[in-house]
Design a protein around this ligand. Structure first.
Ligand SMILES: Cc1ncc(COP(=O)(O)O)c(C=O)c1O
Length: 407
């Protein structure tokens, strides 16, 4: 038996680019050649990339732990207690979750690891996991890696990507165990309205389902749209695992600090296997995170930048024949409909070739992602650099439109 044949069926089809080229921007070394060729990267949900952006007080707190030597050592695998206490204050005031920092919070090295960890104790072979489509690509892959079955549930553009509970009802079976939700959603930027979440909560309770709710993007919501934390709705606390991150709104992605919040019966299992799955989160970075959560006023400055940019980006894309986008409701991402110009992969490849800008094809975000691009307008510290790259994208799309006879 070859070594490949010994690899679990759960990992079938997974490739990291060592034997065949992969195009997904966050896999293996897919982007190395493009970076070497000076491409502008607008494909990582990493605000201000590649320019530096660490608030001074966060930098100072991170460095203090290095100077005094504290950071040479582990924290408890479940996380720095002072950080958990600071997060507890934010969870009470922003998320309306009345948690106990000693029993309901665990720190994880980023929320990618956190999402997988959150699902792990629940998924047995063949369990079905409902994933709204379009969604963050990991949501489709993670159930499969754990032996489960991913069941995509379409969200429709014409419905502003809100929850259509009929679509969930049609797909629920006795094997359905979980829903994995991203709110606000990546890639669509949709903020699920209270009504959508209440219907989803009713559905989850009726069918006795667990919900893993990823709120990595909760910090940046515009136009005073109400942001509701699913776990705060009646009957949802005991069945919802909420995953948070400091990577997105706080632009501290390299810190690799995130946290999971759940009822203590669930948390007891996470606490019990933390050391064998996640080890512990970086000590210096947890010290920086304490400062960031304690004084998070910089979020307002960042959101002002993103809010300004989303309007510029909206005008740019809606001025291109055959291209359209809705105003982003949250985040520093935009979701652009290019279906009149070709498939998502084709248009994406054309932009790389013509504009030397890397954006994301909508295809990995699910069947509903076809014909769309996800573009990170939060890239670069200066608006001008970001706009200059998008003007190149615009010129490429206009050229492609002319070639395709779109006007
Ligand atoms: C929706 C969503 N969740 C989670 C993550 C993971 O973020 P991190 O591991 O940096 O916390 C990402 C990263 O792009 C994301 O888009």
């Amino acid at each position: 038996m070859s070594i490949q044949e010994k690899i679990s069926k759960k990992f079938e089809g997974i490739q990291g680019g060592l034997f065949a080229k992969v195009s997904k921007a966050d896999v293996g070394t897919a982007l190395n050649d493009l970076i070497a060729n000076g491409a502008a990267l607008m494909c990582w949900a990493d605000p201000f990339y590649p320019d530096p952006a660490i608030p001074e007080h966060v930098k100072k707190a991170t460095l203090e732990g290095l100077k005094d030597g504290t950071s040479a050592h582990y924290t408890m695998p479940i996380g720095n207690m002072e950080l958990k206490v600071e997060l507890d204050k934010k969870l009470k005031s922003f998320n309306h979750l009345d948690v106990d920092p000693e029993r309901n919070i665990i720190i994880t090295p980023g929320s990618d690891a956190g999402l997988m960890f959150a699902m792990m104790p629940f998924i047995d072979e063949g369990d079905e996991v409902m994933v709204p489509d379009p969604s963050y690509p990991n949501n489709f892959l993670n159930p499969k890696l754990l032996g489960g079955v991913t069941v995509p549930v379409p969200l429709r553009e014409e419905n502003n990507y809100q929850i259509d509970i009929e679509e969930f009802e049609k797909r629920v079976t006795p094997k359905t165990k979980m829903i994995v939700l991203t709110n606000p959603n990546n890639p669509t930027t949709t903020v699920l309205r209270r009504e959508s979440l209440e219907k989803l909560a009713e559905f989850a309770i009726k069918h006795d389902l667990i919900v893993v709710c990823d709120q990595a993007f909760e910090d940046s919501v515009y136009d005073n749209v109400e942001f509701v934390t699913l776990a705060s709705l009646p009957g949802m606390w005991e069945r919802t695992v909420t995953v948070f991150s400091i990577s997105k709104g706080m632009a501290l992605s390299g810190y690799r600090v995130a946290y999971i919040v759940a009822d203590d019966h669930i948390m007891d299992v996470y606490y019990g296997c933390a050391v064998s799955v996640i080890g512990a989160t970086n000590t210096a970075c947890q010290l920086g995170a304490i400062a960031a959560v304690k004084d998070s006023a910089f979020l307002q400055e960042y959101n002002k930048i993103f809010d300004r940019r989303r309007k510029v980006v909206y005008d740019i894309f809606n001025s291109i024949p055959g291209v359209s986008m809705a105003m982003p409701e949250s985040t520093f991402l935009c979701w652009v409909n290019v279906s009149k110009l070709g498939t998502a992969d084709e248009v994406n490849a054309y932009i790389i070739k013509e504009a030397n800008v890397v954006v994301n094809s909508g295809a990995p975000y699910g069947a509903q992602g076809e014909g769309h691009l996800r573009i990170v307008f939060g890239a670069f510290r200066d608006d001008e650099k970001m706009v200059e790259a998008l003007e190149r994208v615009k010129a490429a799309l206009i050229k492609l439109g002319k070639e395709k006879g779109v006007s």
